[in-house]
Design a protein around this ligand. Structure first.
Ligand SMILES: [Cu+2]
Length: 104
């Protein structure tokens, strides 16, 4: 291969690894509502909640798989480790509900 060809192949490989990299998906909490209420993710992606309220919230999987405490005006994160639909709620305000659909 020519040096140009090698450089081209290297760029393609780097580009693929960047596009396959895990993403961070943000969910805003504002006035006791998760927005968007439903997000799509892949295994390995991080969900990040941004709490705009002056209240502590949690993002707690209904199946007990994970729990994130999110302090007032702070952020909290969890990595999605298994595929499927994960329902979650806030333990302190149980009518706050959300859903994450995780692709393999
Ligand atoms: Cu709450």
């Amino acid at each position: 291969m020519t040096p140009e060809r090698i450089a081209f192949v290297a760029r393609v490989i780097l580009g693929l690894s960047v596009s396959a990299r895990a993403e961070t998906i943000q969910v805003t909490i504002d006035k006791l509502v998760f927005t968007p209420a439903e997000v799509n993710a892949k295994v390995g992606d991080t969900i990040e909640w941004i709490n705009k309220d002056a209240l502590v919230h949690t993002a707690t999987a209904t199946d007990g798989d994970w729990n994130v405490n999110i302090q007032a005006s702070q952020r909290g994160q969890v990595v999605m480790k298994k595929p499927g639909a994960a329902e979650y709620y806030c333990k302190l305000h149980p009518n706050m509900r959300g859903r994450i659909v995780v692709a393999p």
